[in-house]
Design a protein around this ligand. Structure first.
Ligand SMILES: Nc1nc2c(c(=O)[nH]1)N[C@H]1C(S)=C(S)[C@@H](COP(=O)(O)OP(=O)(O)OC[C@H]3O[C@@H](n4cnc5c(=O)[nH]c(N)nc54)[C@H](O)[C@@H]3O)O[C@H]1N2
Ligand SMILES: Nc1nc2c(c(=O)[nH]1)N[C@H]1C(S)=C(S)[C@@H](COP(=O)(O)OP(=O)(O)OC[C@H]3O[C@@H](n4cnc5c(=O)[nH]c(N)nc54)[C@H](O)[C@@H]3O)O[C@H]1N2
Ligand SMILES: [Mo]
Length: 766
């Protein structure tokens, strides 16, 4: 019996495998593919079921890239001068060494730092997406290894929805509404009259799903909703955030003003008598305090549509029409993750929930709120969860800091950092171990990150490629790619589990991350704790028992490990019903309470009020960001840094799918371009007090004036005197201010910059 439906190869790729070619099915975060191998080389990757052909097609280039790290390397200054803080990272050259020598040096350093400074002195949280595949997930492996070795400083939260992860547990009792739960598009297609999408539904983001999805259904589902009569409103500075073929009303408000718009709509609901008082009293706590803020009882400012229109810099009539469109009918309110990756990002999510509570449709089919439909593939795709196994961690005897505060932590050991009501004493970090992340891509204010990085005594990085982060390590271990190993992959948002076949042998002297850690663990005397005596297949079989056990409980027929390996893909049976966020709680809030202090949705939180953070009085509020269009001086723009179209963050940059051919594009309204003397295709310089980078000018009439949009994902390449970054990495410009003391999350999207035509200095032009 086949375990999966027939897979649909990309039409352009022909009908089937070529003769004399071997291979198998594998998976990336950007989709499933059939790899074709000739003479030990991956020659072609055929995208399956609508995965992006450019991104998947780049697999052979990735695996056989001339940027692969072929063997272990040591930074010359560290090898010759010994461990210690150094500004030479990123400038030094590398000496190739034997595996045993590199492993001995690394194990010796880990033992020394542990002995002299304690477990918290190793920063090992290693934030980053790594590759698809649950066993060989590099970040999970490095954290398990460092826990086995005695402990480390971990990173909690993430860059994707860090502010939401902090606020939602206070409001809903958990962060499930952003980590995995969402009303399904099937439910929207059947019931919703209007979708209001703050941050839009940018289809480029659907190419990617964390863990890897086999299906790519969202464009079809959104079109089905429109065909049934659902209408869309997109609130975004960028017209590209409206999906092609969707006839949406576009409101191009100021970035960072969304919370004000949501509050004004909630106020309108209240003063017009539209607020659902019955729902507010049965399912929420604290609406009286929130309403007092809305009506201006405390601060004298009613949060009217006029008030919001002024902050958002849109005509008040636009907001009145928006209110009319949600005052009746079944309404789904959604916000992209980008909205909360900003100063006070927590309040945008809390305000959206509060507005949905006023409308009283939370938990009804196609109504209420859900997050992230525009942020990632498979959000709302309606899959049965829990059949993709997870690699288990070990208890960490060190400590944890918020992921986005790592540079702050390294620079300020011993100081106190407020985080979600606690005061964390920052650890004395002496060593950094990163595997599966690229902080010189993802972190804000890279000048600050470089300064922090220089303070470490030793930096170890596992990487397949010479990324900017690998080029700033003291010990570099070459890691395999997922095409070089067997794994089990997938995501609970999609209805498949994939057995990822090893397609080619490890390239050069590359080793699997877990083999690198097993070798280090052997030297440190913690091998048994780290790998439990299991090899790759032993682990995969062990992980699969998780899925088998779940199937047993739920009465789902789970294939054996052998059958999964043989078939390559297993179709997980669909869930029994369309998912509707918070439907059980809606049906019976007493029997199915939320895990909040009152069991209800918190529109006021005594806990948060008790933190005494001035910007968090205990209910959603609008705080003007420090950096936004409301605070610009002449010539400044708001810089929105969004996700790259044909890359996964910095991954794929070095391939023909990616942006390595020229500095990354900067979208600018044609009138702004003209005013600054910029023409399409020219190189511009973006700058502010934090740094400067190059970018390729891309005039876009669909962009709000005063806003620049630049994707992340360029490999950090500063010139030697650090005056300019040349590949177009906008994180030299973004601020490390973070969302607020509550979330300590990335606030990358609150940044002001200037732009000018780039005139290379005569020396730089050589
Ligand atoms: N300005 C701005 N900055 C942002 C954002 C933004 O919106 N604006 N978005 C943020 C968000 S949401 C995120 S998630 C982050 C993403 O930031 P990252 O997750 O750091 O980005 P990736 O490029 O995916 O980094 C993964 C790294 O792991 C490596 N890798 C892949 N497979 C393996 C493996 O098997 N073993 C090992 N050892 N390494 C491997 C890759 O080569 C790559 O260098 O960026 C954040 N940064
Ligand atoms: N192709 C591709 N897809 C990806 C990724 C990738 O690297 N490449 N990364 C994945 C990851 S890790 C994540 S976390 C998600 C991120 O998902 P998001 O953070 O939602 O995605 P972004 O593309 O950064 O932003 C979406 C849109 O939000 C709009 N926007 C920005 N600021 C504001 C604002 O203040 N108000 C309003 N109303 N709109 C605003 C921008 O115009 C932008 O195009 O994407 C995932 N999908
Ligand atoms: Mo992310």
């Amino acid at each position: 019996m086949p375990l999966a439906d027939a897979l649909i190869p990309d039409a352009a790729a022909g009908t089937g495998p070529t003769p004399n070619v071997t291979g198998g099915i594998s998976l990336g975060h950007w989709g499933a593919f059939r790899g074709e191998v000739r003479n030990g080389r991956l020659v072609r990757a055929v995208p399956l079921n609508g995965a992006d052909a450019d991104m998947v097609g780049a697999w052979p280039e990735l695996v056989h890239s001339n940027r692969r790290i072929d063997r272990p390397h040591i930074r010359r200054g560290w090898l010759e001068g010994g461990a210690g803080p150094s500004v030479a990272r990123g400038r030094d050259d590398y000496v190739p060494v034997e595996w045993d020598a590199a492993l001995d040096l690394a194990a010796g350093e880990i033992a020394r730092i542990h002995r002299d400074h304690g477990p918290a002195s190793i920063l090992g949280g290693s934030y980053g997406w790594s590759s698809a595949g649950r066993l060989h997930h590099a970040r999970s492996q490095v954290r398990r290894f460092l826990a086995a070795a005695g402990g480390f400083t971990d990173q909690v939260g993430n860059y994707s929805w860090g502010a939401a992860a902090a606020i939602l547990p206070h409001v809903l009792g958990s962060s499930a509404a952003v980590s995995h739960a969402a009303t399904s598009w099937d439910s929207i297609a059947a019931h919703t009259d209007r979708v209001v999408a703050f941050g839009g539904l940018n289809t480029k983001n659907w190419r990617v799903t964390s863990g890897g999805a086999v299906d790519h259904p969202l464009a079809g589902l959104v079109a089905r909703a429109q065909a049934r009569g659902c209408r869309f409103t997109v609130i975004s500075p960028l017209a590209q955030d409206v999906p092609p073929g969707i006839d949406a009303t576009l409101i191009q408000s100021r970035p960072g003003s969304d919370t004000a718009i949501m509050l004004a709509l909630a106020h309108e609901a209240w003063i017009t008598g539209r607020a659902d008082l019955a729902f507010l009293s049965s399912h929420t706590t604290g609406h009286e305090t929130f309403v007092a803020y809305l009506t201006g009882a405390g601060d004298g400012t009613p949060k009217t549509l006029d008030w919001a229109a002024c902050l958002a810099d849109v005509p008040v009539q636009t907001l009145r029409t928006l209110w009319d469109s949600i005052a009746t009918g079944r309404v789904m309110l959604t916000a992209s993750w980008s909205l909360q990756r900003a100063e006070h990002g927590e309040h945008s999510y809390w305000a959206l929930i509060a507005l949905a509570a006023m409308l009283g449709q939370i938990g009804l089919p196609g109504g209420g709120f859900s997050f992230g439909y525009g942020s990632m593939g498979s959000v709302g795709a309606n899959a049965r969860r829990g059949y993709v196994p997870t690699f288990p961690g070990l208890e960490n005897r060190g400590m944890a800091i918020p992921a986005a505060a790592f540079a702050e932590a390294i620079l300020h050991p011993g100081e106190s950092l407020s985080f979600d009501g606690q005061d964390i004493t920052l650890p004395d970090i002496r060593m950094i171990y990163w595997a599966g992340g690229n902080p010189f891509h993802h972190a804000q204010d890279l000048g600050k990150v470089e300064a922090a990085w220089a303070r470490a005594e030793t930096v170890i990085v596992n990487e397949p490629w010479w990324t900017p982060t690998a080029l700033r390590a003291d010990i570099v271990f070459p890691a395999t790619t997922s095409a070089e190993r067997a794994d089990i992959g997938g995501t609970s948002r999609d209805r498949h589990v994939v057995y990822m076949a090893p397609l080619v042998a490890p390239q050069g002297e590359a080793r699997n991350d877990r083999d690198i850690f097993a070798a280090l663990a052997g030297r440190l005397g913690c091998r048994a704790a780290f790998d439990e005596g299991l090899d790759e297949e032993g682990w995969l079989r062990h992980l699969w028992t998780q899925s088998e056990a779940r199937g047993h409980v739920e009465g789902i027929d789970v294939p054996s490990f052998e059958a999964l390996r043989e078939a390559g893909i297993w179709n997980v049976p669909p869930p029994d019903a369309d998912e509707v966020l918070l439907s059980a709680f809606r049906a019976d809030p007493v029997a199915q309470p939320l895990p909040t202090p009152t069991g209800r949705i918190m529109l006021h939180s005594d806990v948060i009020a008790g933190f005494s953070y001035p910007d968090h009085p205990g209910h959603p509020v609008f705080n003007a960001p420090v950096e936004w269009l409301g605070s610009v001086t002449e010539g400044e723009f708001h810089l929105v840094t969004n996700q790259p179209a044909k890359q996964l963050h910095s991954q794929l940059w070095q391939t023909t799918a990616g942006m390595s051919g020229a500095p990354a594009p900067v979208r600018i309204h044609p009138q702004d371009a003209r005013a600054h003397g910029l023409k399409a295709g020219q190189i511009a310089r973006l700058f502010n007090a934090r740094g400067a980078c190059l970018a390729t000018v891309l005039p876009d009439p669909g962009l709000r004036q005063g806003v620049l949009v630049m994707p992340t994902g360029a490999w950090f390449d500063p010139d030697p005197d650090r005056s300019i970054e040349r590949n177009g990495n906008p994180n030299v410009l973004t601020s490390d201010r973070r969302s607020s003391r509550l979330g300590q999350a990335s606030a990358a999207l609150s940044a002001l910059v200037r732009i000018e035509h780039y005139e290379p200095s005569p020396a730089a032009a050589d």
